[in-house]
Design a protein around this ligand. Structure first.
Ligand code: NAD
Length: 471
């Protein structure tokens, strides 16, 4: 029986391994983590992450061929295939601070694998890593090998939070990169055999190691670039009277461009896009390609511009100050159907409004008060000037309260500010909300989820991203 171990029980490790366990009943899958609380949550009725469909998958195989454990060393020693899905955040100190990926967690996982392994292993990069990381991992493993043979594969994960299970069940592609030697090809075949239990063969792409590593960074950069492109257009739409939804539709009808990922918004967030583009920028600079680095940097600059533009629009619309005004924030997660708030645009928007002394009442169906308080008191890292900025002052953090539902958040607020496209925000009773707000009552829709016409008929003053003010 093949044994798989995955180091890192996070947003990627947990769902991917649960799906492998479900689709491959003859494979034993152990997901291990150094975080005791995270493993306890995976073993409980309240999984540590929210993903539609995840509960059912985990419950159907947990305790059978899927286990979650903190006994990292034992499961690594027993495994034939070891996925490493640890976090690879942006470095905050030293060489490459603010851009390069921090591979500390990866290196310690690799050293631990070398320490405990007594039999040959296939080590799979599941985390998103800089191109050429496999070379470094190989060095660590082979210099500490004690006679054990290792094959390193790159198998980047393309799931999107919010649709992780759907994406894992029917991936657009599974990418496996390995060495072109006979041993490398045998390792690729072993991993391919795992995915072949449910992924059609034509969707499993096999490449060399560097292509696989770089493809993940490239895919995230292209996705983020589409968002920044449409967001840049949204500013021009507002200036000219064009409607960004109509422009996106017209542009997306071109089959060479396509309609997906062309919705204007307050900006992209999540733990990956910014981090992976920064990583790409750093790699380009290290390889003497400053023009290419600048090209990708611009994607992040437009994203920052869009968030600032949104905050400025709120303040200028509300008679140039939000000081002492109550603003209901609807949605805090970086997208719908997840409770993940890493790099969510809501953090920058809320901090911008708090900077102008607004009082915020925040509601998100999947985000806890603890997460919100933590995120809003966290330092922001400026990658152009890699020094830590001042933390939010404790008095600003006190200007934030958390509501149980959208109606409670909106009661008595001068403005509603929609920051996540949760479906429930489309169908709120906006008349009831309007009646409980001081006038004029404003709506700032950072995700274009409401029909501005209908809300204007009720009496709201509405700002939607990239739309004419009278649409
Ligand atoms: P995460 O922070 O949710 O999970 C990482 C886990 O690794 C944590 O629970 C941490 O405790 C654990 N860990 C760290 N070092 C460890 C060690 N030495 N031994 C055991 N456990 C250890 O991160 P994530 O969102 O799952 O992302 C993991 C990787 O996958 C990152 O490189 C990320 O860029 C990439 N990725 C993420 C997504 C996404 O949507 N979140 C999608 C594709 C790829």
């Amino acid at each position: 029986m093949v044994k798989i171990c995955c180091i890192g029980a996070g947003y990627v490790g947990g769902p991917t391994m649960a799906v492998i366990a479900l689709k491959c009943p003859a494979i034993e899958v152990a997901v291990v983590d150094i975080s005791v609380s995270r493993i306890a949550a995976w073993n409980s009725d309240h999984l540590p992450i929210y993903e539609p469909g995840l509960d059912e998958v985990v419950k159907s195989c947990r305790g059978k061929n899927l286990i979650f454990s903190t006994d990292v060393e034992r499961h690594v020693a027993e495994a034939d295939i070891i996925f490493v899905s640890v976090n690879t955040p942006t470095k905050t100190r030293g060489l490459g601070a603010g851009k390069a990926a921090d591979l500390t967690y990866w290196e310690s996982a690799a050293r631990m694998i070398a320490d405990v392994s007594k039999s040959d292993k296939i080590v799979v990069e599941k985390s998103t890593v800089p191109v050429k990381t496999a070379e470094a991992i190989e060095k660590i493993l082979t210099h500490n090998s004690n006679g054990v043979k290792y094959q390193i594969l790159s198998n980047p994960e393309f799931l999107a939070e919010g649709t992780a299970i759907e994406d894992l069940f029917a991936p657009d592609r599974v990418l496996i990169g390995g060495r072109e030697t006979a041993d490398g090809q045998r390792a690729i075949k072993a991993l391919k055999d795992v995915y072949a239990h449910w992924v059609p063969e034509e969707r499993i792409l096999c490449t060399n190691l560097w292509s696989a590593e770089l493809s993940k960074l490239a895919a995230n950069a292209f996705l983020a670039q589409r968002i920044s492109s449409v967001n840049a257009m949204s500013a021009l739409c507002e200036a000219t009277g064009a409607d960004v939804a109509q422009v996106s539709h017209a542009v997306g009808q071109d089959t060479r461009i396509g309609r997906k990922f062309l919705n204007a918004s307050v900006g992209f967030g999540g733990s990956c896009f910014q981090k992976d583009i920064l990583n790409l920028v750093y790699i380009c600079e290290c390889n003497g390609l400053p023009e290419v680095a600048n090209y990708w940097k611009q994607v992040i600059k437009v994203n920052d511009y869009q968030k600032n533009r949104f905050v400025n629009r709120i303040v200028s619309s509300m008679f140039n100050t939000v000081s002492g005004k109550k603003i209901a924030i609807l949605g805090f997660a970086f997208k719908k159907d997840t409770g993940d708030t890493r790099e969510t645009p809501a953090i920058d928007v809320c901090k911008g409004l708090l900077g102008d002394k607004a009082h915020l009442r925040i509601y998100d169906p999947q985000v806890t008060e603890e997460q919100i308080q933590r995120d809003l008191s966290m330092n922001k890292f400026d990658w152009d000037h890699p020094v830590h900025l001042q933390p939010m002052s404790p008095s600003s953090v006190k200007s934030v309260t958390v509501a149980w539902d959208a109606y409670e958040a909106a009661k008595g607020a001068h403005a509603l500010c929609i920051l996540t496209e949760w479906d429930e925000f489309k169908n709120l009773d906006y008349k009831k909300i309007y009646d409980n707000m001081p006038k004029p009552a404003f709506v700032f829709d950072g995700r274009n989820v409401v029909d501005p016409k209908k809300l204007r008929e009720i009496g709201f003053i509405v700002y939607s991203i990239g739309k004419p003010l009278d649409s």
